[in-house]
Design a protein around this ligand. Structure first.
Ligand code: PHE
Length: 346
């Protein structure tokens, strides 16, 4: 019996040495160690032996089973590694090849500046409001004290939408400014109010370096009891100083917009020459920044706000122009033309 075990051991070891694939190895394991394998056969045959033989042969057979099991395991690992290496070589995967580059996009300079504007006004307690780009004539004009035959309508050459007019709100237009949201917000929230409305606006402009049919504005509106124009000056001076990260000054000139009274043009100190006078500010030290003024009582009325109790101011500036100044871009078409060679620089 001992002899038989010895022969079995050397046969198994020899076969292991010669095995070259995981499949072959599996078959050998079955043959020697499996349920109906050779060693199990010997262990099963123990029943017919004497007690002495049972003890010695049983032990020897079990020892052999353990040794062979360990050897199979080692061999199995080795063969699997070899097999894997061979597959990798023949599959032509070049592990040393450089990876594919992922192009990560970035925020458009107009949106970057919009976020900055929202952040600063947010810190000053203003809520950011959104409004429709396709507006009604009513909110774009009438509600803002610009009746149908008022010459002020000519200030903003408008795109009309080809759709039947609504009895109450008139025709549909692409909003020519963000101001329609003054009345919209008053109707929705009432007074007091402290809001900004950034967004796209549209005018039928001939395109050149400083005009586009599509551009971005930011509307501002503050309504409360005892609000005066000095609050507007303070807010704008603070906003511009935070945006440009330096002490900024503003000045008022008279301006005309039917929805404010008095109407004001606000200039800011020239950021390019520290107000000494340069080409951009035409040697004045000031740059035109926005239209603003005290909200006209007719507009408060349209928004359902008691103009005896409340008053306030509104402003509207061109976000696109602000971006151009901020980044020194001299042609508006660079921002809207979608040329990545330009946009990728910001
Ligand atoms: N809506 C005006 C424009 O687009 C700007 C403005 C807003 C003026 C609010 C006064 C008050 O030109």
């Amino acid at each position: 019996m001992d002899d038989k075990l010895k022969k079995l051991e050397s046969a198994a070891l020899k076969a292991l040495k010669e095995a070259s694939s995981p499949d072959e190895l599996k078959n050998l394991e079955k043959k020697f160690l499996g349920k109906s394998g050779e060693i199990t056969g010997i262990l099963k045959g123990l029943a017919s032996l004497s007690i002495e033989e049972k003890k010695s042969i049983g032990k020897a057979a079990n020892d052999l089973k353990k040794t062979l099991a360990a050897k199979f395991k080692n061999c199995c690992n080795k063969i699997e590694m070899e097999h894997l290496n061979k597959t990798l070589e023949s599959d032509e995967i070049d592990l040393s090849a450089p990876g594919r580059k992922h192009h990560i996009g970035h925020i458009h300079p107009i949106a970057q500046t919009q976020e900055e504007v929202e952040r600063i006004f947010g810190q000053m307690g203003f809520t950011v409001i959104d409004g429709p780009e396709v507006e009604s004539e009513y909110y774009n004009f009438e509600g803002l004290n610009i009746p149908a035959h008022h010459p002020a309508r000519d200030m903003q050459d408008t795109f009309f939408i080809d759709k039947a007019a609504d009895k109450k709100e008139g025709r549909l237009v692409l909003r020519t400014h963000t101001s329609p949201n003054q009345v919209r917000t008053m109707e929705k929230y009432g007074a007091p109010l402290r809001i900004i409305v950034p967004g796209r606006t549209f005018r039928n402009e001939a395109t050149d370096a400083s005009h586009e049919h599509t551009f971005d504005q930011v509307e501002g509106l503050m309504i409360d009891e005892n609000i005066s124009i000095s609050h507007l000056k303070g807010v704008m001076q603070e906003f511009l100083s935070r945006l440009f990260d330096k002490e900024m000054k503003v000045r008022f000139r008279p301006g005309y917009f039917p929805f404010v009274e008095p109407g004001i043009e606000l200039d800011m100190s020239c950021i390019f020459c520290e107000s000494k006078g340069c080409k951009v500010c035409k040697k004045t030290g000031w740059i035109e920044f926005m239209g603003c003024g005290m909200v006209h009582p007719n507009v408060l009325k349209a928004g359902g706000i008691d103009s005896e109790k409340y008053q306030g101011w509104a402003f509207g500036f061109g976000l696109t122009r602000l971006v151009m100044m901020r980044y020194g871009i001299n042609d508006i078409r660079h921002l809207t033309g979608g040329d990545l060679r330009i946009l990728n620089q910001f």
